[in-house]
Design a binder for this molecule. Sequence first.
Ligand SMILES: NC(=O)c1ccc[n+]([C@@H]2O[C@H](COP(=O)([O-])OP(=O)(O)OC[C@H]3O[C@@H](n4cnc5c(N)ncnc54)[C@H](OP(=O)(O)O)[C@@H]3O)[C@@H](O)[C@H]2O)c1
Length: 304
Amino acid sequence: MSITRRQFVAGSAMLGAAGLLDPALAQASLNQITIPSSGQRLPGIGIGCRNYRGGPGSEEMPVFRDTFATFHRLGGKIVDTSPNYGNSEEVIGNIMAELGIRDELWVATKVDRQNRRAGIERIEESFQLLRGEQFDLMQIHNLRGVDSVLPLLFEWKAQGRFRYVGVTTSSDRQYDELERVMSDQDLDFVQVDYSLGNRNAAERLLPLAQDRGMAVLVNLPFGRGRLFNAVGDRPLPDWADDIDATSWAQVFLKYVMSHPATPVPIPGTTKPHHAEDNVNAARGRLADGNLRREMEAFIDPLLA
Ligand SMILES: NC(=O)c1ccc[n+]([C@@H]2O[C@H](COP(=O)([O-])OP(=O)(O)OC[C@H]3O[C@@H](n4cnc5c(N)ncnc54)[C@H](OP(=O)(O)O)[C@@H]3O)[C@@H](O)[C@H]2O)c1
């Protein structure tokens, strides 16, 4: 008896959800991207972080922990945080240590200091809070400190303290400057805001990332929830079947993933069932150019 592609996608999602897959096997069952500067393969979905209400002693901490455990169990690997998100690094550091998964995750954080000395202090603090001797990715947050701290990041990359170096923004107002930095610097990664509801990064930044061989992380893939408000309780369109999407979140994430620059969305979530929903977006088919245009035509009137 042969199984269809749809049955295979649904089957591997169910096995993962039931915890029947080893995280390494679950990871291998997800769609992967390739980091151009190294050839490393990674699952095409990550998780973003925030300030966690109540901090380490919060009553909600078991739910936050379960969110990360779910993400990891289903094969998720990329975690994006920042010292700018309040207690995020402390909370994530604790959770990864409690779950014993620090070395199995691919951890990205940021620095936003304007001078080298302040940058060093800030990064050393991140090492302490997030634990471990190495980060996979260190990013200049919102381009703050590009001239003063980016050279330090390249030095520390050469020493093996970071595997990759990148720069982030989440604002159109910084796109011109980001374009300049991407043209001048040999970055491994850029992180930009890009979603079905905000496609400006696709005009120049994503093609430039492709030309320059830079991997792309995408923040705000749901427009901080604005896309969910736009669709409300509408049922999924028939074309969602064509990309194996079973939720609006998966539709929005698969739109991001289907750009030719192979961006990796890092949706922020504090809920285990959302982490599961989002990881499962990295399974099955993605939209082609025609369907991407249909998706855009669908959402635009709802956001107008
Ligand atoms: N400049 C920068 O470098 C920069 C700026 C902003 C963000 N970031 C990074 O990007 C990440 C994502 O940004 P974001 O969290 O602000 O915006 P987002 O990912 O666009 O939206 C997050 C919102 O979507 C909800 N959500 C998540 N998964 C869902 C699902 N499957 N179904 C329904 N709702 C869902 C979350 O609520 P629940 O918690 O209830 O799931 C939260 O309210 C951040 O965590 C951060 O790591 C970087």
